[in-house]
Ligand binder design. Structure first.
Ligand code: ATP
Ligand code: MG
Length: 274
C-alpha cells in the first residue's frame, strides 16, 4: 500500500539524546524524527552507537539526557510498567537474531504474543498467528525445529517473524544481513521490504551493507509476483529512504541516497559506496 511518508505522523522523535558508559560516549546529542511509513537506514562503523540507539528507542536503555518520543509518548520519563504499552507497538530484530536456543521455532515466534503484558490475541489464536508470521518469511515448515537446526539466513528470517508476529506499526532491524552471503542478504531484505510494503510498517534498519539501503530505497515488494520490483513514479516516492551515518555516537549525515553518494566527507562517503 503506497503511503505518503512526508505528511504522516511522527513515530520516533530523538531530541538531543545522549548516553555514556563511563568515558565511552555511546550517543552524543542525537536528534532525528521518523514519520509513519518511512524507511530509515542507519550506517556507521562498529561502535558508532547504532545498537544503543535501537535499545534507547525500545526503552531497553535509558539515555542520560534528551527526549525520546515514541508514538507521541515521551518514554524518557516512563516507568517500566508504562513502557509495556509502548513496546507492544515495536518489533525488534536483535543483532545476531538472539533466538532462544532451547526453544522450538514455534515457541520463539510465539514469545512476544505470550510474554508481552499487552494482549495481542487470545491463547487459541497464538498458533495461527505464529504460522502466519512464519509463512510470511517462507518458514512455516520449521515450527518444531530448534534454532541450531537452521542456517544463519533462516535464523534471521525467524527473527523477522518474531519481530513482526504482533504486526507492530514500527519495526527495528539491527544488522539483519550481518555475516550473510550477498544472495541470502538480499533475500532477507526482500522480507523486510515485504513487511513494509504489504503492512505499511515504519522501518528502521541498521546495516553494515550499503546495498541493503539501496534495495529499500529503490525496490518495492510486489505481492502478485512475490518478489522485489524496481520502483518508479509514485512507488519510488513510497519507498523513499532516509540514510543516516553515525560516528562515535553522533549523527554525521542525514539525507537521501543521492546526497550520500555525492558526499565528499571522507568518513561519510565510505558508507555510500556499493
Ligand atoms: N553495556 C555497555 N557497557 C559499556 N559500553 C557499552 C555498553 N554497550 C555499548 N557500549 C559502548 O557503546 C558504544 C556504542 O555501541 P553500539 O553497540 O551501539 O555500537 P554499534 O554501532 O551497534 O556497533 P556494531 O556495528 O559493532 O554493532 C561502543 O563504544 C560500545 O563499546
Ligand atoms: Mg550493533
Amino acid at each position: 500500500m503506497p503511503n505518503n511518508p512526508a505528511s504522516s505522523a511522527p513515530v520516533v522523535i530523538f531530541d538531543n539524546v545522549s548516553l555514556r558508559y563511563g568515558e565511552t560516549v555511546a550517543l552524543d546529542q542525537v536528534s532525528f524524527q521518523v514519520n509513519a511509513g518511512q524507511t530509515w537506514v542507519f550506517l556507521g562503523e562498529a561502535g558508532s552507537g547504532k545498537t544503543q540507539m535501537c535499545k534507547v528507542m525500545m526503552g531497553l536503555v535509558r539515555p542520560d539526557s534528551g527526549r525520546v518520543v515514541i508514538f507521541g509518548d515521551e518514554i524518557s520519563s516512563k516507568g517500566e510498567r508504562e513502557m509495556f504499552a509502548v513496546r507492544a507497538k515495536i518489533g525488534m530484530l536483535f543483532q545476531e537474531s538472539a533466538l532462544f536456543d532451547s526453544m522450538t521455532i514455534e515457541e520463539n515466534v510465539a514469545y512476544p504474543l505470550e510474554n508481552q503484558p499487552v494482549r495481542h490475541c487470545g491463547p487459541e489464536q497464538i498458533h495461527d498467528r505464529v504460522v502466519e508470521a512464519l509463512r510470511f518469511v517462507e518458514l512455516e515448515k520449521t515450527l518444531d525445529k530448534v534454532p541450531s537446526e537452521l542456517s544463519g539466513g533462516m535464523r534471521r528470517r525467524v527473527g523477522i517473524a518474531r519481530a513482526t508476529v504482533t504486526q507492530p506499526p514500527l519495526a527495528i532491524y539491527d544488522s539483519p544481513t550481518a555475516g550473510l552471503d550477498p544472495i541470502t542478504a538480499n533475500n532477507i531484505m526482500a522480507f523486510i521490504a515485504k513487511q513494509r510494503d504489504l503492512k505499511g510498517t515504519t522501518s528502521i534498519i541498521v546495516s553494515h551493507r550499503y546495498q541493503d539501503g539501496v534495495l529499500m530505497a529503490n525496490y518495492y515488494y510486489d505481492e502478485a509476483q512475490g518478489r522485489l520490483i524496481a520502483a518508479t513514479g509514485e512507488r519510488l516516492a513510497s519507498v523513499h529512504t532516509t540514510f543516516v551515518v553515525m560516528q562515535a555516537g553522533r549523527i554525521v549525515f542525514v539525507g537521501p541516497q543521492t546526497e550520500l553518494e555525492a558526499s565528499t566527507d571522507p568518513y561519510v562517503s565510505k558508507f555510500g559506496r556499493r
